[in-house]
Design a protein around this ligand. Structure first.
Ligand code: SF4
Ligand code: SF4
Length: 347
């Protein structure tokens, strides 16, 4: 079954960055310590902030992120706290190194999915983007997680450096036994996108033109689903007549950073445009100009934040983009293999 996933008005998704440090320096990393903080949150703060999203009263999902979240020795306690507080699902997003013996400290009953990031079907392509040895480390991590009984997903961030290898992913995914494949579009944000790039010298990953995206991504997604693997990928371009909706207005997504900033839109994360923040353990609205005041602006091109923050995205291929409107970056296409539709929900 192929469907566009409408924004859920009933679920709360908390993307919780518990620290910003990482062992890798990926070329497309969006983590910006100047804007997101350099600290690791202590256990008490993590629990208080998790509780602030009222997980017992809505279907709440938490995704623990970093930096590399497994570098945080308090991650197992954070996972247990999220369970106690009533979170419906818990995901760990990792680069695969799985530090601090995380697989021995939590169980598949406590963690719904461990999600791995890989940006190539070969070591040469992936390691050019994510760093030497990261392909092997990620595949080893997936094998260890599967052996320990965890469900696994894999995130592939598409740029001009790796689009060519996407068609090789169905074979690899089947071989390594991934349950759910996420294709992402590279965001033009993070330190690498600015003047003060912190990443090693080398090629800069760029977004691919609309024509290439549409030629390659949806067909590969269908091939992956044909192997029985669930696939999610961003809509990116709206079809003629398709309505535009801003997730910031209709969905509850919270992107939480260790300096206390909470964003509703990931495109804003390079700027102090957060609409919420934690002050003395309480989640409060920020004043002045913030992302929430921009969500209502309707423009012909679709997402206003793309126009303001990523004009190069729209200008990169001027002729093509005149034919497309840009969807909210949170709008996804999903292909569910037939067998999965017949399975009962996990919880
Ligand atoms: S993208 Fe993730 S794994 Fe790569 S440097 Fe950034 S935080 Fe680390
Ligand atoms: S990406 Fe655009 S449409 Fe989506 S939440 Fe942000 S501003 Fe709204």
């Amino acid at each position: 079954m192929h469907r566009t996933v409408a924004f859920s008005r009933k679920a709360v998704n908390v993307f919780f960055h518990i620290l910003t440090s990482c062992n890798l320096k990926c070329r497309h990393c969006y983590i910006n310590p100047e804007q997101h903080g350099k600290n690791a949150l202590d256990g008490k703060t993590i629990e208080a902030w998790l509780a602030a999203f009222d997980p017992r009263h809505k279907k709440a999902n938490v995704i623990f992120l970093g930096g590399e979240p497994t570098l945080h020795p308090g991650l197992p306690d954070a996972i247990r706290a999220a369970r106690r507080l009533g979170y419906h699902s818990i995901t760990i997003d990792t680069n695969g190194y799985l530090f601090n013996g995380i697989l021995e400290k939590v169980t598949p009953g406590q963690v719904d999915v461990i999600s791995f990031s890989l940006d190539g079907a070969t070591a040469s392509t992936n390691d050019r983007i994510r760093g030497k040895g990261s392909f092997k480390a990620c595949l080893d991590g997936i094998a260890r997680a599967r052996k320990a009984g965890f469900s696994t997903s894999l995130i592939y961030t598409v740029s001009d450096l790796n689009l060519g290898e996407l068609p090789r992913m169905p074979d690899l995914l089947e071989k390594i036994g991934i349950d759910h494949f996420f294709i992402q579009v590279i965001g033009l944000r993070g330190p690498w996108a600015g003047k003060d790039r912190h990443v090693p010298a080398g090629p800069v990953p760029r977004q691919v033109p609309a024509r290439r995206w549409l030629e390659v991504v949806p067909p590969v997604a269908r091939q992956v689903a044909a192997r029985g693997i669930m696939v999610t990928y961003p809509k990116v371009y709206l079809e003629p007549g398709e309505p535009f909706e801003c997730a910031g207005l209709v969905a509850e997504n919270y992107f939480v950073f260790p300096n206390g900033r909470v964003y509703r839109c990931p495109l804003c994360e390079d700027y102090p445009l957060h609409s919420l923040e934690f002050v003395a353990g309480k989640l409060v609205e920020t004043s002045g100009i913030n992302e929430a005041r921009l969500f209502n602006l309707a423009i012909a091109e679709g997402c206003v934040m793309n126009k303001l923050i990523q004009p190069q995205n729209l200008a990169a291929s001027e002729q093509e983009h005149r034919r497309y409107r840009i969807a909210c970056c949170m709008l996804k296409e999903e292909i569910i293999p037939d067998y999965a539709l017949q399975m009962p929900e996990k919880k």
